[in-house]
Design a protein around this ligand. Sequence first.
Ligand SMILES: NC(=O)c1ccc[n+]([C@@H]2O[C@H](COP(=O)([O-])OP(=O)(O)OC[C@H]3O[C@@H](n4cnc5c(N)ncnc54)[C@H](O)[C@@H]3O)[C@@H](O)[C@H]2O)c1
Length: 332
Amino acid sequence: MFGQLQNKTILVTGGAGFVGSHLCERLLGLGAKVICFDNLSTGRVRNLSFAYDAQNAASTNPNFVFIQGDVNVADDTRQVFLSYPIDYVFHYAAVVGVKRVWEKPFAVFKDIEGFNNILDLSVMRGIKKVVFSSSSEAYGEPVERFEREDGIHNPGSRDAYALTKLVGENLFLGYYEKYKLPATVLRFFNVYGPKQESSAYGFVAGVFIKQVLEGKSPTVFGDGKQTRDFVYVDDNIELAIRALLSDKTNGEVINIGKGKPTAILELAEQIIKISGKDLKPEFLPARPNDIKYRCPDITKMKRLLDQEPQFSLEEGLKRTFDWYKDNYSRSV
Ligand SMILES: NC(=O)c1ccc[n+]([C@@H]2O[C@H](COP(=O)([O-])OP(=O)(O)OC[C@H]3O[C@@H](n4cnc5c(N)ncnc54)[C@H](O)[C@@H]3O)[C@@H](O)[C@H]2O)c1
């Protein structure tokens, strides 16, 4: 199935970020030509070391191009679409991170311009398919224990990130209906793995690993019983590529998750166990509005993509921990 990507030209916006850089590397491995377009706001060229020499600002793989630019700026994006014969687009560029969004909510709304640029140019250039990375946050405050794409949504989504993702979802689906632009919306639940940001603006698995590597207790908000669904990055990418290549996914919203809730406290304890250190989680006051549980129903994902995540949390965390151990100074 993946052989179809040989020699295809694929644009990955946000390709220097955590998920995007893993995706670029995998696509190159499948024989595709990859254009990584990123403004380096949270992405890093060091994430592209598999195909790009940051010191000389040059690709080391003839099938790879890195372009620094802003997808929300029409001229930047137009330039990319007009310069390359793009077949497929993964639109992953976004302002991400709970703390970042909380501090600068209005910066997130600028990403709506980016949707407009990507969609109009994709129609104009006859792109074969566009995949948009939405988020479980699009569900807002959970209503159902296992959230279904066609289930009950809580329209009172509370933050700028969730609202922006919802706008994006509707626009991508709208362009599919109106212009027949093949488009798929993927609702990612928590992705984790090497290269994920682990600063105060980062994500829980990386933050805990960093704390533990420094010999500190992982800091758990509230009682730690709040749950999330954790998917190892390689699994997320495998599923996204399947979504790109299947016609059955056109015009669909699909949860990308494991369907297995994990308590944050359990995550902290697993990471401590992997480290072999004598540490205990430290409890901090609960964060206001912290969602109590979040887990996808993955029936639709399994049906349309004929695949589910392969990595156990333990195996994924071990790989992630080992990467941070070897690359600690690069990941903060
Ligand atoms: N990591 C997760 O758990 C998770 C969960 C749900 C959804 N997502 C979505 O997946 C995508 C990738 O997230 P990530 O975790 O890799 O985050 P990330 O911050 O590592 O990657 C985002 C990338 O987009 C780039 N970017 C941001 N705004 C841009 C702009 N205007 N123009 C060009 N580049 C821009 C950043 O520099 C960065 O490289 C995002 O759309 C995010 O919303 C991620």
